[in-house]
Design a protein around this ligand. Structure first.
Ligand SMILES: O=C(O)CCC(=O)C(=O)O
Length: 257
């Protein structure tokens, strides 16, 4: 699924755009299922809070910014569970993480037209810390995400900094806005069906959605099952193996109890 050059790019930059992992029919099915998740389960008032908002948005934008989100939609929908084990996606993950790949979580982030909220620069490690960087997030795009729709933006090579201290007061963990600026990041525009893979330690964020269209994306987090979680979302929860096997040792046996 991934060429040697793509694998090299991922390890050098800490992220990689993989075009057309899901075909148009698969994207259409997943969008339809998202409509149900939106109505039944999603939090329609999930925009991240915190002092960073003063830097990323003016007063009017702060009043209006909206994010629709939910964690672990794959626990509510078989279609999304199947998407998490999609063979083209898990083959790409195995090329980056090794033969054994465990699904850790899924998260919907949907930015409504014009008012879709930005994300401050952060590492996902601040939300679900792990012992090693053998963890990749996969952001599956359900809509086209050009730069003006608030596409993902990365600090290339920042995974090599390792886990950084985040500001945690007043809202979601984020990096200091005077040291890490959205303007210094590389945008990664994507099309519906594309997946962006990135390392747990790679610094990333995104801007407001300024377009008249939704920008819906689902993050699927995968790890080498030997990579021990230290903190955060889904700590102590075993995930499904989407490739290979979980080896048994004292730690995994205790978690499986
Ligand atoms: O969806 C976005 O624009 C950013 C998402 C993000 O930062 C994340 O999933 O960690």
């Amino acid at each position: 699924m991934l060429s040697a050059t793509q694998i090299e790019d991922y390890h050098r930059d800490g992220y990689l755009l993989v075009p057309a992992v899901f075909n148009p029919a698969e994207v259409a099915e997943l969008r339809e299922e998202l409509d149900w998740i939106f109505a039944a389960w999603a939090d329609h008032n999930a925009a991240w809070q915190g002092p960073w908002r003063e830097v990323y948005m003016d007063e009017a934008q702060r009043q209006q910014a909206v994010l629709v989100a939910i964690n672990d939609l794959h626990l509510h929908s078989a279609r999304w569970q199947q998407a998490a084990a999609h063979p083209r996606l898990t083959a790409a993950l195995a090329a980056l993480l090794g033969p054994d790949v465990e699904l850790h979580h899924t998260t919907l982030h949907a930015k409504p037209p014009q008012v879709g909220s930005p994300f401050p620069l952060h590492q996902d490690n601040a939300f679900f810390a792990h012992q090693t960087p053998a963890y990749a997030d996969a952001i599956l795009h359900l809509d086209d995400a050009p730069e003006e729709a608030g596409c993902l933006r990365f600090v290339p090579g920042s995974h090599r900094l390792g886990p950084l201290a985040h500001i945690r007061e007043g809202g979601a963990p984020h990096l200091p806005t005077d040291q890490y600026r959205l303007a210094d990041t590389a945008p990664v525009p994507a099309r519906a069906g594309d997946v962006v893979l990135f390392n747990l330690w790679t610094i990333h964020g995104s801007d407001l959605n300024h377009t008249p269209h939704w920008r819906r994306a689902v993050r699927l987090g995968y790890r080498d099952p030997a990579n021990l979680q230290l903190d955060g979302h889904a700590l102590g929860r075993l995930g499904w193996m989407v490739r290979g096997r979980r080896q048994k040792n004292a730690t995994t046996a205790a978690l499986a109890r």
